[in-house]
Design a protein around this ligand. Sequence first.
Ligand code: GDP
Ligand code: MN
Length: 399
Amino acid sequence: MNIHEYQAKDLLRGYGVAVPRGGVAFTPEEAASVARELGGPVWVVKSQIHAGGRGAGRFQDNPGGKGGVRVVKSVEEVSSNAAEMLNHVLVTKQTGPSGKEVKRLYVEEGADIKRELYLGLLIDRATGRVTIIASTEGGMEIEEVAHNTPEKIVKVAVDPATGIQGYHTRKVAFALGLEGKQVGAAAKFIQAAYKAFVELDCAIVEINPLIVTGSGDILALDAKMSFDDNALFRHKDVAALRDEAEEDPAEIEAAKHELNYVKLDGNIGCMVNGAGLAMATMDIIKLYGAEPANFLDVGGGATKERVTAAFKLILSDSAVEGILVNIFGGIMRCDVIAEGVVAAARDVKLHVPLVVRLEGTNVALGKKILAESGLPILSADNLDDAAKKIVAAVKKEAA
Ligand code: GDP
Ligand code: MN
C-alpha cells in the first residue's frame, strides 16, 4: 500500500526525521489558511497523488503551464495556484498518459536548496536485508541514475541482528559528500528513517530529494512510503491512511472478495486457483502467442460466490476478449467450480469465448454440469489444450 507525501512526512516526523513544516489542504481556502499559519516569505504548493515526477509533470488542460509542484511568494498565489491544481488532472512520467486528478494539496514552507541528494531504504531480496541506497544525484529518477551513472549510487545493507550502526550512517554521509555537523545530522536522520522503516513494516521509504539547505541543515523535501500489505493488520493507523481514489477499482473490488487480482495489458482473462498455477497459465498463454489480461488467484477454498465475483471482475475489464478458467479441484471440488462458472456466465450474459479446464475431485461431474448448461463453453482436457483453444477462439473472433 502506498500513501501520500504529506502522510509519509507526518509519519517520518513522528520518528524524528527532519521535514519542513506544512499542512494538507482540500480547497484553495484551506491552502491559504495553511500558508498564513506557516508564515512566509516562500511557500511550496504540492499536488498529492500516488505518483512521482510531479514537479516536471503538466496539467492535462494546460500542457504549456506550470507543473504539479509550485514555489510561490504570497498567500494570494498559494490560493490561485491551488485553484489551478485542485480537481485538475496531472500527467507525469509515472501516471501514464491518462494522468491523475489532484484532490489534495500539501502546502509547505519554502526551503533554501543548496544541494539535492537521494536517500532510499528498501528490502534487498538478494541479501534479505534492509538496504540504504544513497546518491549525490537527487531530484531526478533514481532508475535513470542507476542506468547512466551506477558509480554514483552507494548501497549499505544493514544486518538485522545489529540494527543500524554508526558506520552505516557515516558511510552514507561521506558518500553524499557531507561534512562537519552535517554528518551527525545525517546520522540522526538515517537512524530515524530506518526505525520508521522497520517498526512500520515498510517496503520502501524514499526521500528524493534529501536536501542540504543554505544554512547547512538536512531536510526531507519529498517523501514516499510504501508498506507491506501482509503486515498492515498490525498497523491500523497506517491502514487508515489508504486513499482508495488512488487505487485500481478492480483491485479494490478483488480485495473485498479475497481474490488476488492484478490487472495486466493483454486480452485473455484468467481465472485460476493457486498462484503457481496462475503463473503457469499466464506463461502458456504467452507461449501460444497471446497475452494474459490479468493474474487472478481465486484461492484454495473458493466458494460459488467467490467464483462468480471473480468472473464479473474479469469481465469488467473491457480489454478481455476471451476467458480461460484453469482449476485444479483439490480442496475445492470441480462441480462447485462448474456451478459457479455457469451461474456467473448466465448472470453476466457472457459475450466472449470461454474455455474451461478442470482437473481433480469430481471432475466428471464438473464437466457434465458445463456440458448440460447450454452455454457455449469450450471444455479442455489439459493445460496445453486449454491455452491453444482460448488463443484460437480469440483469434477467430478478431478475424
Ligand atoms: P516529485 O517531482 O513528484 O518528485 O516532487 P518533489 O517533491 O521531489 O519536488 C520536485 C522538485 O521541486 C524538487 O526536486 C525541488 O527541486 C523542487 N522543490 C520542492 N520543494 C521546494 C522548495 O521548498 N523550494 C524550492 N526552491 N524548490 C522546491
Ligand atoms: Mn521527488
